[in-house]
Design a protein around this ligand. Structure first.
Ligand SMILES: NC(=O)c1ccc[n+]([C@@H]2O[C@H](COP(=O)([O-])OP(=O)(O)OC[C@H]3O[C@@H](n4cnc5c(N)ncnc54)[C@H](O)[C@@H]3O)[C@@H](O)[C@H]2O)c1
Length: 347
């Protein structure tokens, strides 16, 4: 059965959603876009014009558009501060909801939305598109296959200087809340481990063009005595890292590095005698499923399949809240100067 979807929040990211919806054959059949909502009507109208959506209902009041279109699905692409209100309205209206990240701006808000989704029996999932790419899938498979032995550490570097303008330059904890969640979520996925605690130092470095928190350095304890460290800055000018971060995985037998783009190297101990053993290079496995490597398109497909077939989406909110807990724990640690317990029930 084709779902009837309303997209709420018609800004920059909404274009990425519409491109995915219009370009992928597997999505075209599963969902019909019936409404566009934005606080600014002209913004919604401009998006409709750009994508040739002549027949959709356009409005500024989400509840009214959901009523008018009899939609059963919401695509939530609003700014994070508006998320909880928008998602709650849609769930109460009986819609399945796919939200942009972050799931919420606090754990209380997140828990409220999870409870509402459980009460209404709707599918509620979050877009973590940066885990649906070939590089991350390959790392995950290498870890699952035991290529470098038992995983003991994941280390990620993220240094970029984008000049966005807009809400990011005004918000608090901008790197942790708006970007680091992608790397935290991907590290949780790659490791297959549970985050237990975090210690974080967050700064707004000299020269930053953001209001708050453009840089962060965080150390996470993961289950199985593993660690995940993150060093990041969103105001680092000069030669940048990849948007996916630069990765080093350390295992009991060897190491795996990925520059976040095309360069991978997996090596285990060599046979040289003496102080250092040298190393032996290994082939890295390919991503197991090609259709899990298309970012937004893969996340939206996974969600639509879940609604249609009753499966659980990979980024279902009950799991994704663990990535949110990593971010909010890091923020709390930075505020208090103390390590913070982030193990959630059900871990
Ligand atoms: N997954 C990714 O890679 C990725 C990349 C960029 C942005 N995002 C996320 O997408 C979301 C939107 O980001 P953006 O860059 O498009 O922001 P944006 O500011 O360009 O657009 C947001 C739009 O939402 C509208 N809006 C705000 N409150 C609303 C409400 N209550 N009802 C209806 N419309 C409302 C605004 O008018 C605006 O047009 C954010 O959560 C952001 O974190 C995700």
């Amino acid at each position: 059965m084709t779902s009837r979807a309303v997209l709420c929040g018609c800004g920059a990211m909404a274009r990425g959603w519409l491109k995915a919806l219009q370009s992928a054959d597997e999505l075209k059949g599963g969902v019909e876009l019936v409404g566009l909502v934005d606080l600014d009507r002209a913004t919604a109208q401009a998006l409709a014009n750009e994508f040739g959506l002549d027949d959709v209902v356009i409005g500024t009041d989400l509840a009214a558009v959901l009523e008018q279109t009899q939609a059963n699905m919401l695509f939530d692409v609003v700014v994070p501060s508006a998320r909880a209100g928008v998602v709650a309205t849609a769930l109460r209206h009986g819609c399945h909801v796919l939200s942009e990240k972050p799931l919420a701006t606090s754990l209380e808000e997140g828990a409220m939305l999870l409870q509402l989704a459980a009460e209404t029996g709707r599918v509620h999932a979050v877009v973590q598109n940066r885990r649906f790419i070939a590089g991350i899938r390959r790392l995950r498979r290498a870890v699952e296959d035991g290529l470098i032995g038992e995983l003991t550490g994941i280390h990620c570097d993220f240094f970029i200087g984008p000049h966005f303008g807009g809400f990011r330059e005004a918000m608090d904890n901008v790197l942790l809340l708006d970007m680091a969640i992608h790397t935290f979520d991907a590290a949780r996925f790659v490791s297959g481990k549970q985050p237990l605690s975090v210690y974080c130092v967050e700064t707004n470095p000299s020269g930053s063009w953001y209001a708050h928190g453009a840089a962060a350095n965080a150390i996470f304890r993961l289950s199985g005595d593993a660690v995940f460290t993150y060093r990041g800055s969103w105001c680092a000018e000069g030669r940048r890292t990849s948007w996916e971060s630069a990765w080093r995985l350390v295992g009991s037998k060897g190491m795996l590095t990925w520059d976040g783009e095309g360069a991978f190297e997996a090596t285990v101990a060599g046979a040289e005698p003496g102080l250092l053993r040298g190393f032996k290079a290994l082939a890295l496995p390919e991503a197991p499923f090609e259709d899990e490597t298309h970012g937004h398109r893969s996340v939206i497909s996974d969600f639509i399949r879940a609604v249609r077939d009753g499966t659980t989406p990979e980024t279902v909110s009950t799991d994704n809240i663990k990535s949110l807990a990593m971010v909010l724990g890091a923020i709390e640690s930075a505020r208090t100067g103390l390590p913070i317990d982030i193990s959630l029930q059900g871990n």
